[in-house]
Design a protein around this ligand. Structure first.
Ligand code: BMA
Length: 327
């Protein structure tokens, strides 16, 4: 049995028991999707987003695709984690409080609680897509730093603590378009500014569901015996890309090493809100709330690049599934 360490109790996080007779590793929320089309007057679709517990409720950073299809970041609030109200667009300042001009687009934010603050890592425009980083204490003022990586790169995910005295970031180097390749890399930094010691963590698979590319999903979940990382994996069909959700366990003291990697997907597009929408057949995990005492997980994922959806599992159930079906 794996135990969550360094986690917190989130007794009010969304939860539904596993449906009777269901034997898969992850089950969907019965009221999906939790964010439907047109959630805000400026936004046609909100998805691939992240929330965290905050003052007894939940707050997050949301990707909102505007009425011209271009994505920007918005703050969102929720009392219960599923009824989510999207508020103001985020504009960044530098460390001296000077406004920074909005880049052309921003998307797929992760929110990482780290050393008493919240880091936001997302895909930003810098002569093409690459990873950007900012931090906030209150979700009102967001201080942006220099981009940690050169273009092109996406799916930056910070670990929630230093490992062996280094900040650690996963990323997925890419091209400027709908990248037809993708592997997960790990980079280290002493100061959150200079990143190096790059390592390949996991490459696209032999398995067809993740044969084209894989990328990190939510912030890795620290266990007593490793790190649980949900990923996206992409299959290229004659009718376009299909994005599923997979799982990997990384070594506790050296998370550039894979302990087990699930050969099968954990969840694949099946429901109408996953197979139909702006980009059909996409489920894309970007956030996991974990209640440390019970090991319950609420996994947030974008569906069909149109909606935000939630699925549930427990640490024991999903780790057991990954180990049994691992390579
Ligand atoms: C990826 C990213 C995601 C998106 C996915 C499917 O490359 O751009 O934002 O959900 O494609 O369209």
């Amino acid at each position: 049995m794996s135990k969550v360490v360094n986690g917190m109790a989130i007794p009010n996080m969304p939860w539904e028991e596993c449906p009777k007779g269901f034997d898969g590793p992850i089950w969907r929320y019965s009221k999906n999707p939790v964010i439907k089309r047109r959630p805000h007057k400026e936004i046609s679709r909100a998805f691939n987003s992240a929330i965290v517990p905050f003052n007894g409720e939940f707050i997050g950073v949301f990707r909102g695709d505007n009425l011209d299809d271009i994505p920007h970041l918005y703050v969102g609030h929720s009392k219960d984690g599923v009824n989510i109200e999207i508020g103001e667009q985020i504009h960044f300042v530098d460390e001296n409080d000077n406004p920074i001009a909005d880049t052309m687009y921003q998307y797929d934010p992760r929110v990482i609680p780290l050393e008493g603050e919240y880091y936001i890592v997302w895909c930003d425009e810098l002569c093409g897509p690459t990873i950007a980083i900012a931090k906030t204490k209150d979700f009102k003022k967001f201080v942006k730093f220099d981009n940690p990586f050169l273009p092109y790169n996406r799916n930056g995910v910070l670990f929630p603590r230093k490992v062996n005295d280094n900040y650690v970031m996963l990323s997925r180097p890419s091209d400027s378009g709908h990248t037809a390749f993708g592997d997960i890399f790990l980079s280290k930094s002493k100061d959150m500014v200079h990143w190096g010691e790059h390592r390949v963590v996991a490459q696209k698979g032999y398995e067809w569901w993740c044969a084209l590319k894989i990328g990190a999903g939510p912030v890795p979940i620290e266990l007593d015996d490793g790190w649980l990382l949900f990923i996206h994996g992409v299959n290229r069909t004659c009718n376009g890309y299909v994005y599923s959700i997979g799982g990997i366990i990384l070594e506790k003291d050296d998370p550039s090493k894979v302990k087990a990697r699930c050969k099968q997907f954990l969840l694949t597009p099946e429901m109408d809100y996953e197979t139909t929408g702006f980009v059909p057949n996409v489920i894309f995990p970007t956030c996991a709330l974990v209640d440390a005492p019970t090991g319950r997980i609420a996994l947030y994922y974008g569906s069909a690049d149109t909606y935000t959806s939630v699925a549930f599992t427990t640490v024991d159930r999903v780790v057991d599934y990954i180990m049994k079906n691992g390579r």
